[in-house]
Write a protein that binds this ligand. Structure first.
Ligand SMILES: NC(=O)c1ccc[n+]([C@@H]2O[C@H](COP(=O)([O-])OP(=O)(O)OC[C@H]3O[C@@H](n4cnc5c(N)ncnc54)[C@H](O)[C@@H]3O)[C@@H](O)[C@H]2O)c1
Length: 358
């Protein structure tokens, strides 16, 4: 008998509801591996986050990149705490990993799940989009500074840096993503009317790359107009690509339009596969519900399914999502989706569906 593939996953639960949804997901994925018996998976706990910061003065270990490179992939919860400024937590952990590991493609699918409500009356068939976010530069390049600190004339700059290489690789990835979907349609989002340098370079690179994808229809759209279109004509949208900041904002909107941010997954990919990719829900620490046991774990389940698919376990990923959809369709939903189930209730229901696969 051929030996089963075996995967080593870095589990970084982080802060707030991060540990709750990651713990929930590990239970589900371990059950899936046991029942399917087609692969093995081992999660190693890594304690980076705000507690680690308060003990060690830094959000992640100094050798965090070398540590992560020992794993096949990472499963991340969330980072951010009410008593630490958000720019310290985000740059201390997540942005300290995404950029240096060149996880340049952030893929954020959104879909209205069976049994859940899409709040838009314009989306008669629900929502099914993929948002592709440039994840390594742009507005989150960390370029800028502050002068005259504390003076009435204090000044601060935040420089958005776009490179031709960075734009081309994400646009190409987005065209490939659009090409893999039935609609074969890509919207390139920029703000090239008012931002006349970097955003114009985006438009030019998109037009050049489009020649290599004659089977994909594409268009460009200004980000402000895109918000209107996502609400007014959701069925006209399929795959969307844009900058780090624009897609950060549009993906929260997309998640809410599809039903809840509690179901939206996110893959931070290094498409060259030189570095392990990192999978996480779109949502953050959710201070308002931390510790209440009601966090929706579906976004992290779906992130784990994307991770399995990326690792080569496509069938397992499909089976996992079918089980999650059955549980949603049966009405086992957390309060953000209008239900009354708690996190563990959803875990138990999904595990029960997985057991039926055996
Ligand atoms: N990737 C990340 O780690 C990440 C992403 C966004 C925000 N953050 C951080 O998280 C903290 C809180 O940020 P925020 O309030 O702007 O955004 P948030 O995503 O944490 O919460 C926004 C709203 O969505 C709800 N929500 C989020 N996830 C949910 C889930 N799984 N189930 C049910 N409801 C859910 C919350 O209860 C809250 O009302 C901040 O420190 C922020 O910097 C981290």
């Amino acid at each position: 008998m051929a030996s089963q593939p075996s995967y080593r996953i870095a589990s970084i639960p982080g802060d707030g509801i991060g540990p709750e949804v990651v713990h929930a997901t590990i239970q589900v994925v371990e059950t899936l591996a046991k029942i399917l018996g087609t692969f093995q998976i081992e999660f190693t706990h890594i304690p980076w986050g705000t507690k680690y910061y308060k003990q060690h003065g830094r959000y992640a270990a100094e050798d965090c990149l070398e540590t992560l490179r020992q794993f096949d992939a990472g499963l991340f919860g969330a980072v951010g705490a009410p008593d630490v400024p958000d720019h310290l937590s985000l740059w201390g952990l997540l942005l300290a990993i995404r950029g240096p590991l060149q996880l340049f493609a952030n893929v954020r699918p959104v879909r209205t799940f069976p049994g859940t409500k899409c709040p838009l009356n314009t989306a008669t068939e629900g929502i099914d989009w993929v948002l592709v976010r440039e994840n390594s530069e742009g507005e989150y390049s960390g370029q800028g500074g502050r002068s005259h600190v504390g003076q009435p004339w204090e000044a601060a700059t935040e420089v958005a840096m776009f490179t031709r290489v960075g734009i081309e690789r994400i646009i190409r990835f987005a065209f490939e993503t659009a090409q893999s979907r039935p609609r074969r349609h890509l919207t390139v989002v920029t703000k090239s009317n008012s931002m006349r340098n970097g955003m114009v370079l985006w438009d030019e690179v998109a037009a050049a790359v489009a020649h290599d994808f004659p089977d994909v229809t594409w268009e460009k759209m200004l980000v402000d107009a895109m918000t209107v279109r996502m609400v007014a004509k959701p069925q006209s949208v399929d795959t969307i690509v844009g900058t780090n900041l624009h897609m950060d904002i549009l993906s929260d909107l997309a998640a809410a339009l599809a039903g809840s941010i509690g179901v939206a997954p996110s893959s931070n990919l290094d498409p060259t596969r030189k570095n392990p990719s990192l999978f996480e829900p779109v949502h953050g620490s959710a201070f308002d519900i931390t510790g209440k046991g009601i966090a929706n774990p579906v976004a992290t389940f779906w992130s784990a399914a994307e991770m399995l698919s990326w690792l080569g376990e496509k069938d397992a990923a499909v089976q996992l999502m079918r089980c999650v959809e059955r549980v949603c369709a049966a009405g086992t939903l957390t309060p953000d989706l209008g239900g009354s189930a708690d996190t563990q209730g959803v875990v138990d229901a999904v595990c029960a569906e997985i057991v039926k696969l055996g």
